[in-house]
Design a protein around this ligand. Sequence first.
Ligand code: EPU
Length: 285
Amino acid sequence: AGARLLRDEPMSKRTTWRVGGPVDVWVEPADEEDLARVVRECREARVPVLVVGRGSNLLVTDSGFRGVVVALHGEGWQRVEVDGTRLRCGAGARLKVVAGVARDAGLGGLEFLEGIPGSVGGALRMNAGAMGRCVFEVVERVRLMDGDGSVKEVEGSRLPVRYRSCDGLEGRIALGAVLRGEPASREEIQARMQEYSRRRWATQPAAPSAGCVFKNPAGVSAGRLLDELGCKGWREGGARVSEVHANFIVTEPGATAADVLRLIRRLQEHVKRERGLTLEPEVRI
Ligand code: EPU
């Protein structure tokens, strides 16, 4: 049908870290039917499929990905519709847009989505969060596609989730979600969003990154820990531990995925040696 298809697409163009080699085939299915066809064809041909959102939490190696990368980027996937105190969002909708629509509709509780640099689909898969809140706290229903191409809607509370992951979406594709808001004044909502945005600009770097690299170990900020251990400014090639927030690795033009990976390993080894802690990446590698 109307799928957009690109061959040998460099993933460096498709991830916020701006690194990563080519994928054999990049596909943007037009709609659910189109997506189901891609999923079934790949399954039959035993071609690996990777579904990506905005690539803001993803490290692709320099050799790229042998298979098909599916992105739900078309207009149909980006819809955000208000229905009373609910928002029905497509997987391709940007969280910033969702937060804006919620504000305009006078729906509070979704302000924390404002600064998360991703799409609804990716945020569901990884149970993204900010400002002490996470996506599944506001999810009422998830629309998803199973590995066989069939579509269903599931209550959010029925999907197993944890900090920075929705394991219930493993091997499945999030197609969209119904989010819950609470009536509030637009001024109040706007003020909260502005406060979050101010905090983010003050504490997080603007250079290309994938947000936080590691999950916070129980009770500790990985960023604070790496900062205390003197890791700010550590460098491997074009990848560097941010001076602004030590749980961010920022890249310069010309950086490679290998640079980023070497730096990740170095940080993990250092923290293991110094504190006996295992830092687990939150980015998908
Ligand atoms: N801190 C330092 N040095 C640093 C970084 C942080 O001393 O280099 C201190 C801060 O001053 C603060 C404390 O550590 O006292 C916590 O820092 P922050 O508020 O930045 O929170 P975080 O635990 O480091 C978490 C999320 C972020 C989210 C922020 C703000 C994780 C792994 N990280 O970071 O999420 O934006 O809270 O809500 O859960 C992401 O997931 O990609 C991400 C950026």
